[in-house]
Design a protein around this ligand. Structure first.
Ligand code: B1M
Length: 212
């Protein structure tokens, strides 16, 4: 099946059509991992790019994200049995004082699609909540998102708290959000910075492969 139709329906935010196309692809025995990697993820990536370029507006981005989410609900159980396997687990949240969750949820969705068990702790999460979640769930990845320049420092504080708790080395820390930069990530001692949700998984995979 032509997976570009899926990409196009996702960019257009046509949830019903998208779900039909995804079901059609599954029924025609297209590999679920291909549906995700060659249909849905390029679509979400394009949405991110269009948004950045000012070619898409917030309601459209939300429509696409909702459409992706609806299709992922259908695809997720099939992906778990697929060759993506169990990549590990991830705790992800938006830092204290920050209510933005669209990019964070997109990143969560991408990691989930790549086989991670994602524990999304939500928005406005205190530094302590991040540390407690790492202690409780023992994830291989900790993802933090910040959309405000005023809340970015919380990310460094969480990393320091992880160090103080003696558990910094147990997790790979990945950060993202519009004002966040690679330089900032280095400055605060994060392992990884992802400029967008679409590339976050790839960046993580490359890093983990190099680390092995
Ligand atoms: Co807010 N807001 N907002 N806002 N808001 C921004 C961020 C802002 C840039 C708008 C502006 O002034 N031009 C500005 C921040 C300025 C700054 O600090 N430099 C701003 C402000 C000032 C505020 C308020 C203070 C406004 C006010 O009340 N005076 C207030 C703060 C509230 C708070 O958080 N305490 C506020 C409130 C809100 C709403 C609640 C109305 C709403 C949020 C709704 C929601 O999230 N549920 C909102 C929105 C929608 C925006 C804009 C318009 C869009 C953000 C968004 O969702 N983008 C934003 C303007 C902008 O970004 N141009 C703005 C789409 C999303 C897909 O992109 O989140 O960047 P983004 O995620 C990207 C990457 O960054 C990356 O992947 C995604 C793409 O693939 N990414 C990760 C993000 N997290 C990642 C994590 C990863 C990996 C990648 O791994 C862990």
């Amino acid at each position: 099946m032509d997976l570009t139709k899926i990409t196009e329906a996702l960019i257009a935010g046509k949830a019903d059509q998208l779900k039909e196309l995804v079901e059609e692809a599954v029924n025609s025995k297209t590999n679920p991992a291909d549906i995700l990697n060659k249909g849905l993820l390029p679509g979400m990536d394009a949405v991110g790019q269009k948004w950045k370029a000012g070619d898409m507006f917030m309601p459209e981005v939300l429509r696409s994200a909702k459409a992706m989410s609806t299709s992922m609900d259908y695809l997720r159980p099939l992906l778990k049995d697929d060759d993506l396997g169990n990549a590990g687990s991830m705790v992800i949240g938006t830092v204290a004082g920050d209510l933005h969750d669209i990019g964070k949820d997109l990143a969560a969705m991408m990691f989930e699609g790549a086989g991670y068990k994602v524990i999304n702790i939500g928005i406005d999460q205190s530094n302590e909540n991040f540390v407690d979640a790492v202690k409780e769930y023992k994830p291989s990845l900790l993802g933090m998102s910040a959309l405000l320049t005023t809340t970015m420092p919380r990310m460094g504080e969480v990393i320091n708290s992880l160090k103080e708790a003696g558990i910094r080395d147990q997790v790979t820390v990945i950060i993202g959000g519009a004002p966040v930069t690679e330089e900032f990530a280095k400055e605060i001692g994060a392992d990884l910075y992802a400029p967008n949700a679409g590339t976050a998984v790839e960046i993580t995979k490359e890093y983990l492969m190099q680390k092995q």
